[in-house]
Unconditional design. Structure first.
Length: 437
C-alpha cells in the first residue's frame, strides 16, 4: 500500500527538458513528487510490477514542466493601462508609470490576481519583485514556488548608513519564509555604491538570493573613455558620478566589481550588454532573464538573444509586469524570443527546445530551484510535480516543439503544483475528467 495515491499522467508528447522528448510518454506522480518518467508503456509496466494502482489521466497534447517566470512584479497587475502604451525609452516609460503608481492601489489584491493569471498560463514558480509590503505574500498565498525579492532603490550612501541597511534587513526578514526570499537592488543607477556593496552581504549571510535589473537602460552601456586608471580607484560614490567623471565602464562591470553578481544572483533584461559584459555573466554563473515584450513596450532595443544562445550564456524568460507587458504568459515571450533570435541570424534546429528550456529549467536554475529536495523545472524522478499541459497538437518532435514555442501563448490547458491540479480549462476537464482543486 502506498502512502499517497498515484496518478499516471500520459500525453502524446512529454517534454522532460533534461532528457529527450518522449512521444506517447507518461509520468507517475505520488503525493507532490514524480515517481516515474518515460514511455507510457514502460511506466505502466513498471508500476504494475510494483503492484501500484494508478488513476490514469490521458492528455492529447504536450506535458512539460511548469513554466518559471524569472522576472515579474505581480503588484503592478492593476496597472495595465501603463503597459498598453508605447514609449520612447525607459525614462519616458517612467513618466507614464509614476502617476499611475501614485494613484493608490490594493497591492495585495492586485498581486493575488497576478499570481492567479500566472497559474492559469501554466506557471508554477516566479521571481516576484516586491516594492510595497502588502504585495509580499502573493507567491506564498497562491501556493507557488519561487522567490519574493524585496526591491531596494533610491538609497544614497548617507541614507544607507543612517538607518537604511537596518530598514532593508527588517523588510527582508518580514517576508514570508516560503517559498523563498531575496533582495532586488533595483538597478546600478538607482542606488549608490555603499548599498550595492552591502546588499550581497545581507543576502548571503542569510543564504538568500539577489536579483537586479541590469542592461535595461542606455546609461548602462559601455563606451570609450581616456582614463588610464581603473574606475574603482577613483573614489567615486555612484554610477552617476562615474559617468560624470567620464568613465565609460559598463554597469555590468561596475556591479561585478561590487560583488553583486554570482551563481546566487540573476539579472533581468540584459539588453545593453557587450561581448565583454556577457562574458562576465558567464564567468560568474549569472543567469539573465529575458523579457522582450516589456522591452518593446518601453521602447528599448531587442536583447542580443542570438549571441546569448551562441555563447552558451545561461538564460531564463520573464514577463515583467502588466505595467510594461501585455500579459503574464511567458509563452508569449518565448514566441518573441524565437522571432528575435531568427532575425539576428540564429538558424540552428535547437532554437525552440533551448527557449522552452529557458522558460522552465532556466528560470529554476536562476533562482536555485533546480537542485536539492525541492528541485523543479524539469521532469525527473524525485523532483517536485510542477507540471503544465498544453493544447498543442503533436505531429512529430521537432515540429511540435516549434509549434509550442511559436504559438504556446494562451494554450495552457492545466497546471499542476506540488502534485495538485491548480488550474484547468473546460477542454482539459472535458477530455480528462479532472478539474482544478
Amino acid at each position: 500500500m502506498t502512502a499517497f495515491p498515484v496518478t499516471l499522467y500520459s500525453a502524446d508528447m512529454v517534454l522532460p527538458v533534461t532528457a529527450p522528448p518522449i512521444l506517447d510518454g507518461a509520468i507517475a506522480v505520488r503525493g507532490e513528487r514524480i515517481l516515474h518518467v518515460g514511455e507510457r508503456v514502460w511506466v505502466e509496466r513498471a508500476l504494475a510490477e510494483r503492484g501500484i494502482e494508478v488513476t490514469h489521466v490521458r492528455w492529447p497534447g504536450v506535458l512539460m514542466p511548469g513554466l518559471v517566470n524569472a522576472h515579474t512584479h505581480l503588484q503592478y497587475t492593476g496597472m495595465g493601462v501603463v503597459g498598453q502604451g508605447r514609449y520612447d525609452g525607459f525614462e519616458d516609460w517612467v513618466k507614464g508609470f509614476n502617476p499611475v503608481y501614485a494613484l493608490g492601489h490594493d497591492w495585495s489584491a492586485d498581486s493575488a490576481r497576478g499570481a492567479r493569471l500566472m497559474i492559469e498560463a501554466g506557471t508554477t514558480a516566479a521571481a516576484d519583485v516586491v516594492t510595497d509590503p502588502s504585495a509580499a505574500h502573493a507567491l506564498h498565498d497562491a501556493g507557488m514556488h519561487g522567490i519574493a525579492y524585496w526591491e531596494v532603490l533610491d538609497w544614497t550612501n548617507e541614507q544607507w548608513l543612517d538607518g537604511g541597511r537596518t530598514a532593508v534587513e527588517a523588510a527582508l526578514d518580514s517576508l514570508p519564509s516560503r517559498p523563498g526570499t531575496g533582495l532586488s537592488p533595483h538597478a546600478p543607477y538607482s542606488l549608490e555604491i555603499v548599498p550595492l556593496l552591502e546588499i550581497p552581504d545581507i543576502v548571503r549571510e542569510r543564504g538568500s538570493r539577489i536579483h537586479i535589473h541590469l542592461g535595461e537602460s542606455g546609461i548602462e552601456r559601455e563606451f570609450a573613455h581616456e582614463h588610464a586608471e581603473p574606475w574603482h580607484t577613483a573614489g567615486l560614490g555612484s554610477l552617476r558620478e562615474l559617468r560624470q567623471a567620464g568613465f565609460g565602464t559598463s554597469a555590468t562591470d561596475y556591479v561585478d566589481h561590487l560583488g553583486v553578481l554570482g551563481p546566487d544572483c540573476h539579472v533581468a533584461h540584459g539588453v545593453y550588454m557587450s561581448d565583454r559584459d556577457r562574458a562576465i555573466l558567464r564567468a560568474r554563473g549569472t543567469t539573465v532573464a529575458l523579457c522582450p515584450r516589456s522591452n518593446a513596450v518601453i521602447g528599448l532595443d531587442a536583447p542580443p538573444v542570438a549571441a546569448y544562445l551562441r555563447e552558451g550564456s545561461p538564460i531564463a524568460v520573464g514577463t515583467d509586469s502588466l505595467s510594461s507587458s501585455p500579459s503574464l504568459d511567458p509563452m508569449a515571450d518565448v514566441a518573441e524570443l524565437m522571432r528575435i533570435a531568427r532575425s539576428q541570424g540564429y538558424s540552428n534546429d535547437d532554437l525552440a527546445e533551448r527557449l522552452l528550456r529557458a522558460a522552465t529549467l532556466g528560470g529554476a536554475h536562476a533562482m536555485g530551484l533546480d537542485d536539492g529536495p525541492e528541485r523543479s523545472g524539469y521532469l525527473a524522478v524525485g523532483a517536485i510535480a510542477n507540471l503544465a499541459f498544453f493544447d498543442t497538437p503533436v505531429t512529430g518532435i521537432t515540429e511540435t516543439l516549434t509549434t509550442l514555442a511559436e504559438s504556446g501563448e494562451g494554450r495552457a490547458a492545466a497546471t499542476v503544483i506540488d502534485g495538485r491540479v491548480r488550474a484547468a480549462t473546460a477542454g482539459f476537464t472535458a477530455q480528462t475528467g479532472v478539474a482544478a482543486s
